[in-house]
Unconditional design. Sequence first.
Length: 134
Amino acid sequence: RILFYSQGASSVSSLRIKFNGDVANYGYKSFMYYTAESTGNNSAYISLLNTPNASSTFVTIDIFNYATSTTATPPKLVTWTGTTGAFSPVSNHTIFSGSGMWNNTTTTISQIQFQVSGQTFNADSFIQVYGSSY
């Protein structure tokens, strides 16, 4: 499980995630207000929040990152839910969610990269990673 908080980005941008520096083999479907927002097939990343914004963002991400020595390593499955918005007015908050996968069956995830469409995250942003070994 990953908890990600951003104080916003240097400019308006969407929130993306990649694994092990790979630039292909991702698929996702994201939702905003429980309505389909965007879909990616054989994408260069997983888009957690496709609607550009520069507001504070909090997202919880669960990843199935299992490796086995007896069969092919399964794809890495990802689900997320989060919120973003300005502090005032309160009505500007957005809920978003989605699911996706990294279709790499030869290795497990050893690196996670968050991106904001070529921009930078503002100061005081953080990531907390919780995990277990199978």
